[in-house]
Every structure is written in structure tokens, then in C-alpha cells.
Design a protein around this ligand. Structure first.
Ligand code: SF4
Length: 364
């Protein structure tokens, strides 16, 4: 158990190992809190190698907190396209607006100030406060919980809040003055050495002399995690409605899953060809041809979409809502030029399989 392990012995070897082994990453070139913030939010979603091009593109477009605060919603979502979890970037923008309104555009310099901002939880606040301002606070995520479970051979369920609180408290007691380097070292050990899938690289690990999981050969049973609830299955029919160089898109509601993004029209349940055609006629469109598309699946954290699709060629779309008319107010369905779709509308990756059929290439 972690209570029985003296974690203070880890500090010096961890810092020494980090100095020699840290990766040269774009957000480590300085200690700018904005850079750390953006990178940490992106890293919650995918691996370092995948994040780098997104990070660089984001920083080129929005180099300051002020630029993020002022960005229009559609280009902001487009910058996030491919990363998923769009609410995270929306929350970042809200926090950026608060920073501009209340802190003169500068990130607050304490953990308490940072964690009070929209969408910033204890992990990200700990990372920013420690790396940018050397505040002695931990930054505990699933990777840190895994490596602590192993080194102390702690079989508590790391998905329980009580376990996280206990491990965070233990780490708080040993935080060195080089808090930013120490937290980054823990992240780096979790990413490079004591890895989540596959065999940990104990021979390269600075903790090997103290590690109980290594000593007792129990690392493959740790950490302990309760099984997640099964995902809810939703069946859908996706319609690729096309008129020459234009396709029909729909804006999703402003709240809930994939809020505010543009999607290919879709209907709950599996429609027959006749039902799909009737739906299209119901939108005042004249279908010319229909073709069945392959089935597709997309997995969100709590929901799984099982999709079937139809490509439907239509005619006489003049009366239909054109995308230029968006300025007139919120619209459900709109007709958009395919090239413009590629450049300006953020389509969630859930529709990738069907987007292929209209040469709607995503950048990731
Ligand atoms: S010695 Fe092995 S199991 Fe222990 S922390 Fe290091 S990599 Fe993980």
C-alpha cells in the first residue's frame, strides 16, 4: 500500500532521470502557461506524437490567450477537428475570456486561481501551476496513478475518488521545489517507461530499486481499475444527400454530444430505402438516385453509434437553405459546397466513413 511506502526516496532519482531523458517537445521550449495549458488539454485526448501537429497549428492560429478569447466558434472548432471532445476547447475559450476580463490577459499565477477557471480540473491546474510557476502542487492523472500503484504495490481501485485523493495527498507531502520538473518527470516515466499497455521497461526505470511491483513481479496486475459500465448502443441511418458539388449538412444542437458541430443528416434507427427517400422528400428535395453505403461504427466514451448509410442524389435544390443564409439566424439543414465544407465546417470524426464518399478529406 502507498501509505507503507516512503515516496520521498523517489524524488532525487526521478529528477536526475528526467534531466537526462526528457523529450524535446514544442511546449517545453519555455514555461509559458498558455503553452502548457493548451498542450495538457490536447494530451488528455491523444498521444504526444499525434498532438504535436495540432498544437503547432493551434498556436500559429491563436498565439495568445487573447486570440483564443476572441476567436469565432466555427474556426475554433475547425482547429480542434480530429481531437474530439469539443467541449474542452469551448471551455478553454470561456476560461480565456475570463482571463482577459479579470486578469488582464495573464494566466493567474496560483493553483487556486487556475483551478477556478472554466474547464480546468485539478490535474491541468497542477500542471500549469507547477510547470509555469513552480508551485509545489502535484498533477495527478491516470498515468501517475498507475506508476504510483506499481511502485508501492497498491491494489486500491484507481478509478475511485478516495484512491486518487489519498495518492494526491501522499505526493503533496514530497513535492520538491522543482515541482514542475518533478510532475513532468512522473508524466514522462508513465509515457516512456512504466507504460500502460505492454510490459513496463523496468530496466530503464529510475524507480526499479524501490519498486515493489518489480520486486514481486506483480506489475501486470496493477493498477486495479473497476470495469466501466457498458456503452449505450444507438442505431442510426446517415444520409449523404448530394447535388453535384454540394452536400446537405446539419448543425447539431448547442448542448449535448458534439454540440454545435456540423454533421451529415442522420436519423435514429435503421431506415429502409423507401423510408430514407420519404425523409428526403419531406425536406422538399427531389431524390434522383439512392445507393446503400457500408455500415460504420463510432465509439464515444459512453455511447456507441452503429450506423448504416445511403448516398442520395437530389435535384432542384434552389429553394433549399444555402450556407450563405446562415447569417439570417440558426438553421437546421443547409446546403454547402464540398470544397467549402472541407475548409470551414468542422465535421466530427464519427462521420469519417461516410465523408470518404464525398471526398470530404479530414486533415488528420
Ligand atoms: S520498476 Fe517497472 S513496474 Fe516499477 S515503476 Fe518502474 S517500470 Fe513500473
Amino acid at each position: 500500500m502507498i501509505e507503507n511506502t516512503d515516496l520521498s526516496v523517489l524524488v532525487e532519482p526521478t529528477l536526475t532521470w528526467y534531466e537526462a531523458n526528457k523529450r524535446d517537445l514544442p511546449w517545453r521550449k519555455d514555461k509559458d502557461p498558455y503553452h502548457i495549458w493548451v498542450s495538457e488539454v490536447m494530451l488528455q485526448q491523444t498521444r504526444v506524437e499525434a498532438v504535436i501537429p495540432y498544437y503547432e497549428r493551434f498556436m500559429t492560429a491563436l498565439p495568445t490567450i487573447e486570440a483564443l478569447a476572441k476567436c469565432q466558434e466555427d474556426p475554433l472548432l475547425k482547429l480542434w477537428e480530429g481531437l474530439g471532445y469539443y467541449n474542452r476547447v469551448r471551455n478553454m475559450q470561456k476560461a480565456a475570456q475570463t482571463i482577459c476580463a479579470e486578469y488582464g490577459g495573464q494566466m493567474p499565477q496560483t493553483y487556486d486561481g487556475i483551478v477556478a477557471l472554466s474547464g480546468i480540473g485539478p490535474y491541468t491546474a497542477g500542471a500549469i501551476a507547477s510547470i509555469a510557476f513552480d508551485e509545489r502542487v502535484p498533477a495527478v492523472d491516470g498515468n501517475v496513478l498507475r506508476i504510483l500503484s506499481r511502485v508501492s504495490q497498491d491494489d486500491s481501485d484507481i478509478l475511485k475518488d478516495a484512491t486518487k485523493k489519498r495518492m494526491t495527498a501522499q505526493l503533496s507531502q514530497i513535492m520538491p521545489k522543482e515541482a514542475g520538473a518533478f510532475n513532468q518527470a512522473l508524466m514522462e516515466i508513465g509515457a516512456l517507461v512504466c507504460i500502460p499497455n505492454g510490459q513496463p521497461k523496468c530496466d530503464l526505470c529510475p524507480w526499479q530499486p524501490f519498486c515493489l511491483a518489480y520486486k514481486n513481479d506483480t506489475y501486470d496486475r496493477l493498477p486495479v481499475k473497476t470495469k466501466a459500465k457498458p456503452r449505450r448502443i444507438e442505431e442510426k441511418t446517415v444520409l449523404l444527400i448530394q447535388d453535384g458539388q454540394k452536400i446537405v449538412l446539419r448543425k447539431r444542437p448547442s448542448k449535448g454530444l458534439l454540440a454545435g458541430l456540423y454533421e451529415l443528416p442522420n436519423i435514429e434507427g435503421y431506415l429502409t430505402e423507401e423510408e430514407a427517400l420519404a425523409f428526403v422528400r419531406g425536406q422538399n428535395l427531389a431524390p434522383l438516385q439512392i445507393k446503400k453505403l457500408p455500415e460504420a461504427k463510432h465509439i464515444f466514451s459512453h455511447i456507441e453509434w452503429l450506423m448504416q448509410g445511403f448516398l442520395i442524389q437530389v435535384a432542384d435544390v434552389d429553394s433549399f437553405q444555402q450556407d450563405e443564409d446562415l447569417s439570417k439566424g440558426p438553421q437546421d439543414y443547409l446546403l454547402v459546397d464540398i470544397d467549402k465544407t472541407r475548409k470551414e465546417y468542422a465535421i466530427p470524426s464519427a462521420f469519417d466513413k461516410y465523408a470518404e464518399f464525398i471526398a470530404l478529406h479530414r486533415m488528420d
